[in-house]
Design a protein around this ligand. Structure first.
Ligand SMILES: C[S@@+](CC[C@H](N)C(=O)[O-])C[C@H]1O[C@@H](n2cnc3c(N)ncnc32)[C@H](O)[C@@H]1O
Length: 245
């Protein structure tokens, strides 16, 4: 890892600052669909779900769900097996369209949206109970101190927590400059590089999960761009250590 990438560097992402209806933000959310595809994020998250969730989940919470496109692509991979799911999509901006809800409904997934800052939300009572909590390209927005607070709250929400985040490494950072090839706009170009610099390596996320938890953490890089983090019940470890194909 180059020295520049030795430590996480967190800087504001433009997509979080721009109004949701700003054409640059709309363009960048479109780019995000391509970026998730190039990173194989949906396939990786589906692999983590298959490996770590023993029974069909009935309640899933996704943190930082954006416009729901990512979770829909995951849901489609479970179209035949998970057909009766309550999905809670939490984001600070409500971007879930009626069309998106209908696409989930066609799979048997009922969508509820929560529009709130995640830290305000976890501080309130009544967060509910889930079979799985997941996050894609979300945790890297936050400092280690904030992640500790978040993880302390998440441990009691669900037995399983899964996250697919940017891997902080030199080749991922180099690839960001090539995103112009897919026509990425200025917002995406900025945020992609910022995300890699704020991404994760080694066991950084595991070290922030509460040590007295009855769960355990498995964390690793998958492919050139993704840092995967799984938190599972302790007795489930043997399944979880099986490498994903
Ligand atoms: C990079 S986008 C990823 C969106 C989606 N997971 C995907 O893969 O397409 C990060 C999302 O996190 C949301 N977000 C950032 N900070 C947040 C916070 N403090 N509370 C709730 N949502 C937040 C943003 O609004 C944005 O939709």
């Amino acid at each position: 890892m180059t020295k520049d990438l030795d430590r996480r560097r967190i800087e504001p992402e433009l997509l979080d600052i721009l109004p949701a209806d700003d054409p640059r933000a709309i363009g960048s959310r479109r780019d995000l669909v391509w970026i998730n595809a190039l990173m194989f994020q949906s396939a990786i998250m589906s692999g983590l779900l298959k490996a770590n969730v023993r029974k069909t989940p009935t309640r899933i919470l996704e943190l930082g769900s954006g416009d729901g496109a990512f979770m829909l692509s995951v849901a489609r991979r479970f179209a035949r097996s998970w057909t009766d799911v309550d999905l809670v999509l939490l984001d600070q901006v409500n971007l879930i369209s009626d069309k998106r809800r209908a696409d989930f409904a066609a799979l048997g997934w009922r969508v509820e949206t929560v529009t709130d800052d995640v830290f305000d939300w976890i501080a309130k009572p009544g967060a509910g109970a889930y079979d799985v909590v997941s996050a894609n390209l979300f945790l890297h927005h936050f400092s280690d101190a904030d992640l500790k607070v978040l993880f302390a709250a998440l441990r009691s929400l669900a037995p399983v927590f899964l996250a697919t985040e940017p891997s902080r490494n030199a080749s991922a950072l180099r690839m960001c400059s090539l995103l112009r090839v897919i026509g990425a706009n200025e917002v995406t170009m900025h945020d992609a590089a910022a995300s890699v610099r704020a991404g994760f390596a080694g066991n950084e996320l595991s070290s922030l999960w509460p040590s007295d938890s009855s769960q355990q953490c498995v964390e690793r890089r998958i492919g050139p761009f993704t840092h995967a983090f799984s938190v599972i019940p302790k007795e489930a470890l043997p399944r979880c250590t099986t490498p994903l194909s």
